[in-house]
Design a protein around this ligand. Sequence first.
Ligand code: PLP
Length: 426
Amino acid sequence: MSDYKIETKCIQSGYQPGNGEPRVLPIYQSTTFKYDSSDQMGRLFDLEESGYFYTRLQNPTNDAVAAKICDLEGGVAAMLTSSGQAASFYAIMNIVEAGDHIVCASALYGGTYNLYAHTIKKMGIDATFVDPDCTEEELDNAFRENTKAVFGETIANPALVVLDFEKFAKAAHSHGVPFIVDNTFATPINCRPFEWGADIVTHSTTKYMDGHASCVGGAIVDSGNFDWDAYADKFPGLTTPDETYHGIVYTKKFGKGAYITKATSQLMRDLGSIQAPQNAFLLNIGLETLHLRVQRHCENALNAAKYLEGHEKVAWVSSPSLPGDKYYDLAKKYMPNGTCGVITFGLKGGRDAAVRMMDSLKMIAIVTHVADARSCVLHPASHTHRQMNDQELKEAGVQPDLIRFSVGIENIEDIIADLSQALEQV
Ligand SMILES: *Cc1c(COP(=O)(O)O)cnc(C)c1O
């Protein structure tokens, strides 16, 4: 980890060119890498030596961008994935086997909910979803003998529930399992979950990190803090010999790098959800302005929330940055500098009014995305979460009338003018 401030890390971390080398991180647009001796190539395949040989496993462009994200989060090792979904999948699959179980905060991104509630269930992995506002005792009761991880989102998309890190970290650690946090919405600019007890962080880099809605991507960062050997029985994949690499034991051979090395050399090797180096290059350009954009997103979101809160046709507004919000105090504790640019609101006219207002917007577009430079809206009950029934929606913190508003970095006066004229149509 470098000693620079976070703004400097956004620009300087990950890639340091040597004398006469390109100033800007190059795109290594190559699937493969050349060696002079067959013996050396063999040592790479045995993980006896580190080096590049095939982009599905590692690529220098991707590694530089992963190193930057690692530094931003304050971790010890990181990897990029092809999408946020792949990051959420690998982060869990790296430490579970059929017959295992995980505990998740129920306020989750719709795709993550599907993945953990349905898809990994078919692979024999069970998930218990707990209300993020549950008591310590209720949380404790969700654990089983075979529980291997606890998962939650810093700020849930789209419920905007702020996760009580200390409560979840304490529960995870008292049961000898890692606490995994999806930090997509807060970004490391506003929150670094490792400082609050998280062991592993995941990202959909598709959102604020890229910030321009140009490439889908993900990342996994390891704090290096979880002691796998102390709970060796629970995590045989990390603590017993891997026969596919001549019996190496990841924790013995790679120490604090064990988790990411295993995810790269086993999961990426076998499942292949690699981020294209071209996308990693674009992601890196996004990261260079992350600190500036996140600040403006948050400022605009708070102003838009205050405007909506004062409007006669608006029934409710939710933003953890808004004084009086249910999660205001938790947000102040874990994210004193701001939360995210996404807010939600409902209209007095309910679901029909929501649809009518959205259709009347001129600049603010209806898109299945959040957290890029352009303001946009979405109606989760009829879009991202439409596969859920009303009970599941409620558990995920999504009311049927909820409009998710991702406030962009345009001039706030133009954003408010568009809201205003659309509300007049309702
Ligand atoms: C979008 C999103 C994901 C999934 O990421 P993709 O890059 O779309 O695969 C995961 N978690 C959160 C919080 C998200 O917003």
